[in-house]
Design a protein around this ligand. Structure first.
Ligand SMILES: [Zn+2]
Ligand SMILES: [Zn+2]
Length: 369
C-alpha cells in the first residue's frame, strides 16, 4: 500500500489516499518508486477542468523522476535500480510520427493522454477497491507508479532526482520550444510572454540557441526579475501599458524574430502573434482552454506578414535524445535547474502548491518523497 494525491472532482482539493495498491508491471511496463515530482500548471489545469486527460478520480502528476523497482516481461532497456525521468508522452520509436522525427506526437502517447490508463487503456493503480487512473500514463503524485517502458528515460544514478523531475515536463517543454520547435538564429531577438516555470526555460533555451536579445513579458515583477537571471536582456511589465507596443518599440517597430506564448490565454496568444515580425515565428506553448480561439487578421496578420504560427507540444522533444542533452548542459553550467525550485514540499502539501500557483507563484514547487 502506498500514498497518492487523487483528484476526486473538478475544483476540489486533491485527496491524499494511503490505500493505493500497485499492480505488478505488465509486459513492456516498469514499476517506479518516485523520488520527486514537480507540481506543474497542467496539474492545476486538470484540477480546475481547463483540460481533460482522463476523468476523476485520477492520480495527477506527470513531471517526475524515480528509481525502477520492477520490470515487466519483455522489458529490455531498463532494469531494477535504474534511475529514470518520466516522459508523459511515451515515445515508441516505430509509429508514423516517431519514424518521421516527431516523437512528441507519438500515437502511443495520444492513447495514454486520452484514457487515464497506460498503453492498453487500463491503469495499474487501485484504491477503494476500484482501478485508479493515472494522468498522462504517469501519475507521479503516487509514491509508486507503473509506466510504459517507453515512458521512462534512464539517467545517470548520481544525478539529483529532484532536478531530474523538473526536466520531465517544464524543462523539456520550455527549453525544447526554443531549441527544437523554433528555429532561432545567432543574434535573434526573442520575446517570451509568460515567465512562469516553463517560460523561464524558454528564456534559457533561447539563450543557449543563440538569441542575443530576449524580452521577457509578464505582469509580475518577481517573475520578471527571475527572468533576467535566466537570460532575459529586457523586461516588459504587461500591467503597465500594452505589451505589444512596448515590444514593438524595443525592436524598432519591426517585432520579435521569434515570439513565444507560454500562458495559454486567448488574449496573450493574439498579442504574441502580433508582436512577431514579418517573416518571423510565433510559437504557442501555453495550454489554452479547449474553446479558446486565435483571432488574427488573415491578410495583414499572416499572409502579407508571412508569419509562421506554430504549436508546440512537449517542446517537440525526442526524450531519449533531449534528456541526456539537458543533463549535459546543466553539468556544463549552461542550464539552470536548481533556481527553478521555489519550494520543496511533502505529498500532503500538494494543495498548498496549487494555491501558490493560483496566486502567481514563481517557478516550481517540488514534492520530495
Ligand atoms: Zn507539465
Ligand atoms: Zn511512436
Amino acid at each position: 500500500m502506498g500514498k497518492a494525491a487523487v483528484l476526486i472532482g473538478i475544483d476540489q482539493p486533491l485527496e491524499i489516499r494511503d490505500d493505493v495498491d500497485v499492480d505488478a508491471p505488465h509486459a513492456g511496463e516498469v514499476k517506479v518508486r518516485m523520488a520527486a515530482s514537480g507540481v506543474c500548471h497542467s496539474d492545476l489545469s486538470m484540477q480546475n477542468g481547463t483540460i481533460m486527460a482522463g476523468m476523476p478520480p485520477i492520480v495527477l502528476g506527470h513531471e517526475g523522476a524515480g528509481v525502477i523497482e520492477e520490470v515487466g516481461p519483455g522489458v529490455t532497456k531498463l532494469a531494477p535500480g535504474d534511475h529514470v525521468v518520466i516522459s508523459w508522452v511515451p515515445q515508441c520509436g516505430e509509429c508514423y510520427f516517431c519514424t518521421r522525427g516527431q516523437p512528441q506526437l507519438c500515437e502511443q502517447g495520444g492513447i495514454a493522454m486520452a484514457t487515464g490508463g497506460l498503453l492498453d487503456g487500463t491503469p495499474r493503480l487501485k484504491s477503494q477497491g476500484a482501478p485508479l487512473p493515472q494522468m498522462a500514463a504517469s501519475g507521479t503524485f503516487s509514491e509508486i507508479t507503473v509506466v510504459p517502458e517507453i515512458g521512462a528515460v534512464k539517467i545517470p544514478a548520481d544525478f539529483d532526482l529532484k532536478l531530474a523531475a523538473l526536466i520531465g515536463c517544464g524543462v523539456l517543454t520550455g527549453a525544447g520550444a526554443a531549441m527544437n520547435t523554433a528555429q532561432i538564429h545567432q543574434g535573434d531577438t526573442v520575446a517570451v510572454v509568460g515567465c512562469g516555470g516553463v517560460g523561464l526555460n524558454v528564456i534559457q533555451g533561447a539563450r543557449i540557441a543563440g538569441a542575443t536579445e530576449i524580452i521577457a513579458v509578464d505582469m509580475n515583477e518577481t517573475k520578471l526579475a527571475l527572468a533576467k537571471e535566466f537570460g532575459a536582456t529586457a523586461t516588459v511589465n504587461a500591467s503597465q501599458g500594452d505589451p505589444v507596443s512596448q515590444v514593438m518599440e524595443m525592436t524598432g517597430q519591426r517585432g520579435a524574430d521569434v515570439a513565444f506564448e507560454v500562458i495559454g490565454l486567448q488574449q496573450t496568444i493574439d498579442q504574441t502573434i502580433t508582436m512577431t515580425r514579418r517573416g518571423g515565428q510565433a510559437i504557442l506553448v501555453g495550454v489554452p482552454k479547449m474553446d479558446a480561439m486565435i483571432n488574427i487578421p488573415a491578410f495583414f496578420g499572416v499572409v502579407f506578414s508571412e508569419k509562421t504560427i506554430k504549436g508546440c507540444w512537449y517542446g517537440s522533444s525526442d526524450v531519449q535524445r533531449d534528456v541526456p542533452k539537458l543533463i549535459d548542459l546543466y553539468q556544463k553550467g549552461q542550464l539552470k535547474l536548481d533556481e527553478l525550485v521555489s519550494r520543496t514540499i511533502t505529498l500532503e502539501q500538494v494543495n498548498e502548491a496549487f494555491d501558490a500557483m493560483k496566486t502567481g507563484e514563481v517557478a516550481r514547487s517540488v514534492i520530495k518523497y
